[in-house]
Ligand binder design. Structure first.
Ligand code: F6P
Length: 539
């Protein structure tokens, strides 16, 4: 029976294998590509052969992956440490599926919330929901961080062509006063609708940002009515949101069975729905649901999220690569790497099994990246010439969102060239030959050529999106959600809690106490010294 140890042993034989010669099989690309929801995945540049892929799929089968997928979709409480189901998928399913999975009562709450959300968008668009001074809203300010921010940010960056030109939607996440001031400088309190998004309504950054924005707004209109009229909240913590001063009828619920980093599909998506309209927001959910159906029904060997997950485990645990570069060759997807850093590293950046035992294998890779072609002028040098092999996910649209065809040709050409160059590399012999052919003397070439060698053999996936639309964006986000679920399931960890963020939060409160007066016990001399430096500058 396949298990991860067997997979690692199998991969050890592949470690020194060159990828390029694998293309001697003329059918390799055909066999190592799959299409779903207007997304084409070419994984033929991975360092893997069919028998190894079969072993991975066999392992997934023996690990009961299909059952685990079904359990998640059916609402089994797989988030064992918080005793919760994981049901972000139901938010983009049909009403019938909602009723079947959630039961009629909760399903009706979810449906009512969706309708309320859509109603808010319609009323703002039609001027039925006005500011306190009776004006149409010109701006929306979404205050939230992590999962209460990243999904909205990705959507706003990705779907500019779909946005309502009469309503400017802003996001505020960082507690840094610079971020707050930058937003307030752009806004008119009289015509700004504020949406505070916090699943717990206890997040330090979000609450301080909300307090500051509230004070700013009250300074312009000295009546609390402006908060009642122009503030909305999205949270599971209705009491805390009400205590903050937000009218109960302006609070949209979310449920504990939707993880923060998986919550765009809930009322957390309200700022994005306000930006692009209800139809486009529904299209995002339809795209995600298309990927859900593929994930539920496609055989594991032809299942896009499962393949991405297994290839990631092959690279991480088998070939020993510790990072993953997310390289969207698309300015509109520039926020995707940051979004996936949370979705991937906050889900699977763990070292204890779901049973609480120390894991014997590595888990989530370090995820990084930025839009191409910018990355080619930042970290690609390392990717080509350091000893480290860093697998890449290239993502590029076949049709541009603009009419600048020449630019799109160059963008796409660079995307394809980078995956080819990372795989092919350049040997010392090739580097020398190139130099001599350029007229460099053999002596000079002998000196320079070693500096021009590129290791190659870097594996990559290339995802071709037909065109970046609400539907394909939804499918893309769902693809990665499911990939990350599969990896967590096979690594036997809980992808849906995030206890690792607690210590930092606790210590930040202790540091604040020390900044205000007596330092609590337990802080290191280094931190105490840093605090004293800060206090000297801010007395
Ligand atoms: O990053 C830690 C975290 O708890 C995330 O999981 C969550 O998305 C974010 O903080 C914000 O939490 P909340 O939505 O409760 O403000």
């Amino acid at each position: 029976m396949e298990n991860l140890a067997n997979i690692i042993a199998l991969a050890n034989k592949a470690k020194n294998r060159a990828i390029s010669p694998l293309f001697n099989d003329p059918s390799r690309v055909e066999k190592m590509s799959v299409t779903c929801a207007d997304i084409f995945l070419d994984y033929s540049k991975q360092n893997i052969i069919e028998s190894e892929l079969t072993a991975l799929v066999d392992w997934a089968n023996h690990a009961g992956l299909s059952e685990k997928i079904t359990q998640m979709f059916n609402g089994v409480k797989i988030n064992r440490t918080e005793n919760r189901a994981v049901l972000h998928t139901i938010l983009r399913a049909s009403e019938q599926d909602k009723k079947t999975t959630l039961g009629r009562e909760i399903a009706s709450e979810v449906i009512a919330t969706e309708q309320k959300m859509a109603g808010i968008v319609d009323d703002v668009y039609q001027g039925k929901r006005l500011s306190l001074s009776g004006q149409k809203f010109t701006d929306v300010l979404a205050i939230g961080i992590g999962g209460s921010y990243y999904g909205i940010k990705v959507g706003l960056s990705a779907l500019k062509p779909y946005q309502n030109p009469e309503l400017d939607v802003h996001v505020l996440a960082n507690v840094d006063g610079g971020a707050v001031q930058e937003k307030l400088n752009q806004l008119n309190a009289e015509t700004t609708l504020v949406v505070v998004i916090s699943k717990t309504f206890t997040t330090q950054e979000t609450l301080l940002n909300a307090q500051t924005v509230k004070a700013w707004m009250l300074a312009s209109q000295v009546t609390e009515d402006i908060i009642a009229q122009q503030w909305l909240a999205v949270s599971t913590n209705i009491d805390a949101a009400t205590q903050f001063g937000i009218a109960k009828d302006n609070i949209l619920p979310m449920w504990d069975w939707v993880g923060g980093r998986f919550s765009l599909w809930s009322a957390v998506g309200l700022p994005l729905a306000l930006a692009i309209g209800n139809d486009n927001f529904s299209a995002i959910k339809r795209g995600a649901n298309t990927m859900d159906q593929h994930f539920l029904n496609a055989p594991l060997s032809d299942n896009m999220p499962v393949l991405l997950a297994l290839l990631g485990i092959w690279n991480r645990n088998g070939l020993g690569y510790s990072s993953l570069a997310i390289l969207p060759y698309d300015h509109s997807l520039r926020s995707l790497p940051g979004y996936l850093q949370q979705t991937d590293m906050e889900s699977n950046g763990k070292s204890v099994s779901i049973q609480g035992e120390k894991l014997e294998w590595k888990t989530a890779p370090v995820v990084f990246g930025q839009e191409g072609t910018n990355g080619q002028h930042a970290f690609m040098q390392l990717m080509h010439q350091s000893e480290d092999i860093i697998p890449c996910d290239f993502i590029v649209a076949m049709q541009s969102q603009t009419d600048l065809a020449k630019h799109h040709n160059v963008l796409v050409a660079n995307c394809f060239a980078q995956s080819e160059a990372l795989m092919q590399g350049k040997t010392l012999e090739q580097a020398t030959k190139d130099l001599v052919s350029q007229g460099v003397t053999r002596e000079e070439a002998a000196t320079l050529a070693p500096h021009k060698v590129m290791k190659g053999n870097t594996p990559s996936n290339t995802l071709l999106i037909n065109k970046l639309t609400p539907k394909t964006l939804g499918a893309l986000l769902a693809l990665y959600e499911h990939k990350i679920f599969v990896q967590g399931a096979l690594w036997q960890l809980n992808s849906f809690d995030q206890w690792g963020v607690e210590l930092g939060k606790t210590l930040s409160h202790q540091v604040l106490v020390a900044m205000a007066g007596e330092a609590p016990a337990g802080l290191s001399d280094s931190t105490l010294s840093l605090i004293n430096h800060y206090k000297k500058e801010n007395q």
